[in-house]
Ligand binder design. Structure first.
Ligand code: NDP
Ligand SMILES: O=C(O)[C@H](O)CS(=O)(=O)O
Length: 490
């Protein structure tokens, strides 16, 4: 592991993107009590920045400023909002390399993946800037001769956002872009592990011309305090959260007191099914993409890999060979495909799932061990059964557990046997089977013969306990609008 300190400013073309203060009401500020918290590079273990640690009072000021700024922002034409968002998109892409280095330094994903995330994150700003101009209303034939009925859609109000560490750029833009396009104010609280990407985004938002106060980033180590401020402050009209189902439940309970509108992008437990009529090389390619993207730390990663018995051995052998080509290391280094996990707790969870499987008679085909620091060998384990932890818990790490199955009905039943319902994948070529299975899977997203499904143009979200609502696509702006029915008597 590279023991050298991460001198991030030296790596950047524009060091001013490395901001450590909070962005509140259009100003760069410290905490009232000057508190800060450390941001650590998970690949090297060194502190790369000390970031402003806000409390509820400062966050309340950001919320009040957003409510005030909304008056002017929502009164602008959609085109004016779209032009500023387009400028912001352009700045994100012009600074893609620097933003990616900041992201890799605080989160660990390899630079190539970080660059991909910046482009993915920026695509939501581009997409919803365009959607701003398509917030249509409707007229309805009157129910009485003297009645003229219309429906208009208006910005819901100030939006509070809480996001996780695994996509420190895209999870914020997937929320702030539709909010700002709709004319809302936005106050974002990034994960304490990864605030720098959010602050760099705010530097560019200011340069793009977003009006003071409409967009604030409020880093804090006090997650539950800020969550309570968001749920209790009467100026907040919408809470949008991405993270674990466990935390989602806490926030939903807190939001109930004000009947606060919530959207929730929560945990997953994605099945990845390989039928005996699949193209095995394509299936292996899809499994690698779905399972090992972000070192297995995404909510849509394949968490359970079901392989029909006729192709089980051949698939297992091909997958292990592909896994052994992965290069584990510091994401800032050339050629690295797999970075560290985010924390010691994450390493322990992967170890626990492997240990539990081996205790139940499973076998390691490749990998299986923790490495130095937060690095872990990409792993394939065979002989997995539905009774093992990995069948019901999200691993959130580089473990590919292979389950054997005999029939289509058995595969679908096992795939659906979970409280989650975010993403599912399957590989088959028989058109009847493809049609039956894609309709039978109880998930918000289904990848058929592909392991990568994420794009700004399609609705992203889950069913069951994987969440509420959809992000991205033409649907993604609905959650940031209120519908008003007007009955005019003439
Ligand atoms: N559906 C989706 O699109 C996604 C789902 N996820 C899911 O999230 C999990 C991994 O992310 P992880 O960060 O561990 O999830 P957590 O739920 O622990 O954290 C997510 C965010 O919530 C904050 N938070 C934690 N507790 C509270 C609280 N009581 N009140 C307010 N905020 C709180 C965290 O702050 P802090 O960082 O300070 O702890 C972080 O910013 C996995 O289950 C994954 O499946 C992740 C990404 C996308
Ligand atoms: O945080 C996540 O896991 C993302 O939602 C996954 S994706 O949108 O990048 O696929």
């Amino acid at each position: 592991m590279n023991k050298h300190a991460t001198d991030l400013k030296m790596l950047l073309k524009d060091p001013s993107l490395l901001e450590t203060r909070a962005y509140v009401a259009g100003e760069w500020v410290e905490a009232d009590d000057k508190a800060t918290f450390d941001v650590v590079n998970p690949a090297r273990g060194d502190v790369i920045a000390q970031v402003t640690d806000l409390g509820r009072a400062e966050v309340a000021r950001a919320i009040a400023a957003a409510a005030e700024a909304m008056k002017g922002w929502s009164a602008r034409t959609a085109k004016e909002r779209a032009q500023i968002m387009r400028k912001w998109f352009d700045l994100m892409m012009e600074n893609q390399e620097d933003l990616a280095k900041i992201l890799t330094a605080e989160m660990g994903k390899p630079l190539a993946e970080a660059k991909g995330e910046i482009a993915y994150g920026a695509s939501f700003i581009e997409w919803f800037g365009e959607e701003a101009k398509r917030i249509y209303g409707e007229t309805i034939p009157g129910h009485l001769p003297d009645k003229r009925l219309t429906v208009i859609r208006q910005p819901i109000g100030v939006v509070a956002s809480i996001t996780p560490w695994n996509f420190p750029n895209a999870m914020i833009t997937r929320k702030c872009a539709p909010a700002l396009a709709a004319g809302c104010g936005f106050v974002g609280r990034p994960a304490s592990e990864t605030p720098l990407s959010a602050l760099a985004m705010a530097v560019l938002a200011e340069r793009a011309g977003l009006p003071k106060g409409i967009f604030s980033i409020v880093p804090s180590g006090k997650a539950s305090d800020i969550g309570k401020e968001f749920c209790e402050n009467p100026l907040i009209r919408k809470l949008t959260f991405t993270g674990s189902t466990q935390t989602g439940r806490i926030l939903l309970r807190q939001a109930a007191d004000q009947v606060l509108k919530c959207s929730m992008e929560l945990g997953g437990n994605a099945p990845f099914i390989v039928f005996d009529d699949a193209d095995l090389d394509t299936a292996v390619e899809g499994a690698m993409a779905s399972k090992f993207r972000n070192n297995g730390q995404t909510c849509v990663c394949a968490n359970r890999i079901y392989v029909q018995s006729g192709v089980y051995d051949a698939f297992a052998e091909k997958l292990a060979a592909a896994v052994e080509k992965l290069k584990v290391g510091d994401g800032l280094a050339e050629g690295v495909t797999t970075g560290p996990l985010i924390s010691e707790k994450a390493v322990e969870k992967v170890q626990d799932h492997i240990r539990d499987a081996l205790d139940g008679g499973a076998q390691v085909l490749t990998g299986g061990k923790a490495m130095e620091g937060l690095f872990f060998e990409p792993t394939v384990v065979t002989g997995i059964t539905q009774s093992m932890k990995v069948a019901t818990e999200e691993t959130f790490g580089p473990l590919a557990p292979l389950f054997r199955f005999e029939t289509e009905e058995e595969a679908v039943a096992h795939a659906n046997d979970t409280i989650f319902g975010l993403a599912a994948y399957f590989y088959a070529r028989d058109i009847g089977r493809v049609t039956r299975v894609q309709e039978a899977l109880e998930y918000g997203i289904v990848g058929v013969n592909t392991g990568i499904i994420s794009t700004e143009v399609a609705p992203f979200g889950g069913v069951k306990q994987s969440g509420l609502g959809r992000e991205g696509s033409r649907h993604g702006i609905e959650d940031y609008l209120e519908m008003k029915y007007i009955c005019l008597s003439i």
